[in-house]
Design a protein around this ligand. Structure first.
Ligand code: PEP
Ligand code: MG
Length: 886
């Protein structure tokens, strides 16, 4: 016979903490606390297997469940000396849901279950407090009707308000027993009205109604969405906890509260919490009365004159503090605890590892190592790498008011306020005058880079998590909200309309790239503090990890920032970003517009010194660490002039007429540029471009090797290769160029030539390609785009539908699709290394900074990951966790 129900309480339990999968988090911890001898009201847990079975069998329960529940009710009855539904001495219970992990969205709690027209009288008699009994009854009718029967709680509150108004009451505490009696009758009538049948008086019907509601709530939309957002499988199911009631609202020697064993927002090692005298649990959360501080110190700090629990109930507070110590020592983690005091007796209703902010997680983990509570390895696993972002960027002051206009994608973390501007040029002009601006675009393009750099933050109405705006903003460490689709941006009129509100040019807005919110006006921010704990945890991570962590950077600013965050080299320098500088773009345009090699070479000669000096700067900052420079990648038309005056400038510089230029621009137009004339195809068509870039790299490496007195070993990378022959041809060109320069210099210089793997064909042909490549770098942005056949720039529009329909469980541009794209990565690594066993392999798509993808890279033997500077610490910690989880 399967055991579906587990008892707990009274100093022992049938379950324990390790049985979370079966009993849910709440049930397992109630069992564990019972085993520890803590005062836990007796009860039982119906397992998550019942939930799974319920859904597998057309919403029906296992045949023997009812008997097991009845037997467990008996156990509670014997323990507390009361009987469920008894006329004299009734047992009342609470019913709560409890999945493996705490999961908002599901049915939460029903209290006081077991009350009816008869038992309420017994409760009044027993407690000697009729007011308490009928207050409890009306609460039960309201709560049960709301969460189990689906009658809106507002309807009951309305009745209460009317009653108070008619009788001249303002506070609930002014109501007498008679009032609550009258109201509970009115509540019952209201429920009957709404339901078309009487409010259930049978206590067993009440109990099974509540159990049904918990299991039913596992599949409601809210819970479904929550699971999707947090990657919780739908197959886990929830448990149900039925527990005898204890009352915090039986008089002034009663109380209820919530506490943390440390401060969950700062991580400070002090008790933190709130309580209310003469109240039931939901009063603390619902905000009907303002809760009081738990400790005297926090009361004084808050400037409150309402006594703390430490002062008003010193003895019970002392017991509670003992429980805090016991639970934290036992679980070896900060605990979030719910308690009730019934007539000076303390009861513990729940404990769990407390949710905490990123700074608190860091502080608690490191301090627990210092105090010998946990090991360094455990500490590394206690901090969510993704949350480290929060520590590196300014964030919004949590206490500041927010006027939220809309929400887009949290494309690049950090918060920023500034004047709305609609063009990159204006962003640059205003910021030069010392003003903070937010650059607002429908979407950005490489032409906007100078404006993105000048802006405090970037907001777009189109584009996904790997759209140009998102990638570039993350690289620069600029906060960015992308794909905020409900914003209507009118570039001509320079307005944003959202929900009928209009934001004009130069109005101030605030964006939070951490959660995607866009707000009107300025919201105060707080600066990051990179104190000692951060450095300490990072050092432990570095000791543990096997993957190297590099950065994607092309500006000295980004490269230096990345070094500070611990980058061990550059894994991707996108050279095209260097082409957009205002003084260079004219030469770039001249190169593109030339219709022959001679014209292109003339323009490239002008670009050479600038490219060389860029590389000199990067090599100098990286001081001998590896630097991978990628040759030109994007389709040429991205550099084309748009405005009339730009055309005029180019025409003048080239000495050609406008008609010729316009025709040339049209010739370069492509219907599908992402799959068009880009990447190494440019090198095949116009070898002189790659030749110039190879020259710039080698000359810079020679120069810096000399000045540093240390060898710089550049890695020259060819993008978007699909067949071995492409690389063979281009490698020959690169080697010829490089060797001539090196020979002429009379110096020695090592360099490497490798390729990106960004196309499915490249992964499949990796064995042949590796004949010509000394390293591979997986460009998983393009590899995802080309494997799925979905555009990285346009997918935001429909991705949400796919996520909602559970077709994708996450955005494949954010976290590597390990089953599909990941298979290609595995094949690429395996075939590449079969040909060349010392092949160096890395990843430089956005996934290089995503913790789950980093773990994948570790498992599959990559040598390094490369990510934007602000993600370097995330990757360092994720790489350490990957080792610990293996
Ligand atoms: C990639 O495709 O993953 C990549 C790193 O290159 P880019 O994002 O510049 O196309
Ligand atoms: Mg690419």
């Amino acid at each position: 016979m399967t055991k579906w129900v587990y008892n707990f309480g009274d100093g022992s339990a049938e379950g324990e903490a390790s049985m979370k999968n079966l009993l849910g988090g709440k049930g397992a911890n109630l069992a564990e606390m019972s085993n520890l001898g803590l005062p836990v009201p007796p009860g039982f847990t119906i397992t998550t297997e019942v939930c799974t079975s319920y859904y597998d069998n057309d919403n029906t329960y296992p045949a023997d469940l009812a008997d097991q529940v009845a037997a467990s009710i008996k156990v509670i009855e014997e323990t507390v000396g009361a009987k469920f539904g008894d006329e004299e001495n009734p047992l009342l219970v609470s019913v709560r849901s409890g999945a493996r992990v705490s999961m908002p969205g599901m049915m939460d709690t029903v209290l006081n279950l077991g009350l009816n027209d008869v038992t309420v009288k017994a409760l009044a008699k027993q407690s000697g407090d009729e007011r308490f009994a009928y207050d409890s009854y009306r609460r039960f009718i309201q709560m049960y009707s709301d969460v189990v029967l689906g009658v809106d709680h507002y309807l009951f509150e309305e009745l209460l308000e009317i009653h108070k108004e008619e009788n001249g009451f303002t506070l609930d505490t002014e109501l007498e027993a008679e009032d609550w009696k009258e109201l509970s009758a009115a509540f019952k009538a209201k429920a009957e009205d709404e339901l078309g049948r009487p409010f259930p008086q049978d206590v067993n019907e009440q109990l099974w109604g509540a159990i049904d509601a918990v299991f039913g709530s596992w599949m409601i939309e809210r819970a479904f969405v929550y699971r999707r957002l947090h990657n919780i499988p739908h197959t886990w199911g929830t448990a149900v906890n039925v527990q005898s009631m204890v009352f915090g609202n039986m008089g002034d020697d009663c109380a209820t509260g919530v506490a943390f064993t440390r401060d969950p927002s700062t991580g400070e090692n002090t008790y933190y919490g709130e309580y209310l005298i003469n109240a039931q649990g939901e009063d603390v959360v619902a905000g009907i009365r303002t809760p009081q501080n738990l400790t005297k110190a926090s009361r004084i700090a808050a400037g409150s004159d309402m006594p703390s629990m430490e002062e008003s109930m010193p003895e019970v507070y002392g017991q509670l503090a003992d429980v805090f110590q016991k639970l934290e020592a036992h679980y070896r983690d900060m605990q979030d605890i719910e308690f009730t005091v019934q007539k000076q007796k303390l009861w513990i209703l729940q404990t769990r590892s407390g949710k905490r902010t990123a700074p608190a997680a860091l502080k608690i983990a490191v301090e627990m190592v210092h105090d010998d509570i946990i090991s360094k390895d455990e500490a590394l696993l206690r901090v969510d790498p993704g949350a480290l972002d929060q520590l590196l960027h300014p964030t919004l002051d949590p206490d500041a008011a927010r006027d939220v206009l809309t929400k887009g994608l949290p494309a690049s973390p950090g918060a920023a306020s500034g004047k709305v501007v609609f063009t990159a040029d204006e962003a640059e002009i205003l910021s030069k005058n010392g003003e903070d601006v937010i650059l607002v675009r429908i979407e950005t393009s490489p032409e906007d880079i100078h404006g993105m750099h000048a802006a405090r933050g970037i907001l777009t109405s189109r584009g996904g998590m790997t759209s140009h705006a998102a990638v570039v903003a993350r690289g620069m460490g600029r906060p960015c909200v992308s794909g905020a689709g409900s914003l209507h941006i009118n570039m001509a009129e320079q307005t944003i309309t959202v929900d009928g509100r209009v934001i004009n040019n130069h109005d101030i807005i605030t964006i939070d790239g951490g959660n995607g919110e866009v707000m009107a006006g300025k919201v105060a921010t707080i600066k990051p503090e990179l104190g000692g704990h951060f450095g300490e945890l990072m050092a432990w991570a570095d000791d543990k990890r096997e993957l190297k962590v590099r950065t994607n950077a092309e500006t000295p600013l980004d490269a230096s920032a990345a070094r500070e965050f611990g980058a061990e080299g550059i894994g991707l320098c996108r050279t095209e970003h260097m082409f957009f500088d205002a003084t260079r773009i004219i030469n770039v345009r001249q190169m593109i517009m030339s219709s022959d090699e001679e014209g292109r070479r003339a323009a490239l000669d002008k670009l050479l010194p600038d490219q060389r000096s860029d590389f000199v700067e990067l090599f100098t900052i990286m001081k001998g660490l590896p630097v991978t420079v990628r040759l030109l990648d994007p389709p040429l038309h991205e550099f084309l002039p748009h405005k009339e005056e730009d055309f005029v400038d180019v025409a003048n510089a080239m000495g050609v007429d406008m008609a010729f230029l316009k025709r040339r621009a049209e010739e370069l137009h492509e219907f599908n540029p992402m799959l068009g004339h880009r990447g190494c195809r440019l090198g095949i068509s116009f070898p002189e471009i790659y030749e110039m870039q190879a020259r710039a790299i080698i000359e810079a490496a020679l120069e810096v090797s000399k000045t540093l007195g240390e060898a710089v070993i550049p890695e020259i990378m060819v993008p978007l290769v699909g067949s071995a022959k492409e690389l063979e041809i281009l490698k020959e060109l690169i080697i010829k160029t490089a060797d001539e320069i090196i020979e002429a210099s009379g110096e020695k210089l090592e360099y490497m030539v490798g390729t990106m793997i960004e196309l499915p064909r490249a992964a499949l042909q990796a064995g042949e390609i590796a004949n010509h490549a000394e390293f591979f770098s997986f460009g998983t942005n393009d590899l995802t785009q080309t494997t799925y056949g979905i555009s990285r720039d346009d997918s935001a529009r429909f991705l949400d539908d796919y996520l909602k329909a559970d077709i994708y469980d996450q955005d494949p541009f954010v976290s590597l699709d390990q089953d599909g794209v990941g298979e290609l990565v595995k094949i690429g690594v395996e075939r590449g290394r079969n040909t060349r066993n010392d092949l160096k392999v890395g990843i430089c798509g956005e996934h290089g900074g995503d913790p789950a993808s980093v773990e994948f890279c570790h498992r599959n033997g990559l040598d390094y990951v490369s990510c934007s500077p602000y993600r370097v610490p995330i990757a360092r910690l994720a790489a350490a966790q990957a080792v610990l989880r293996k």
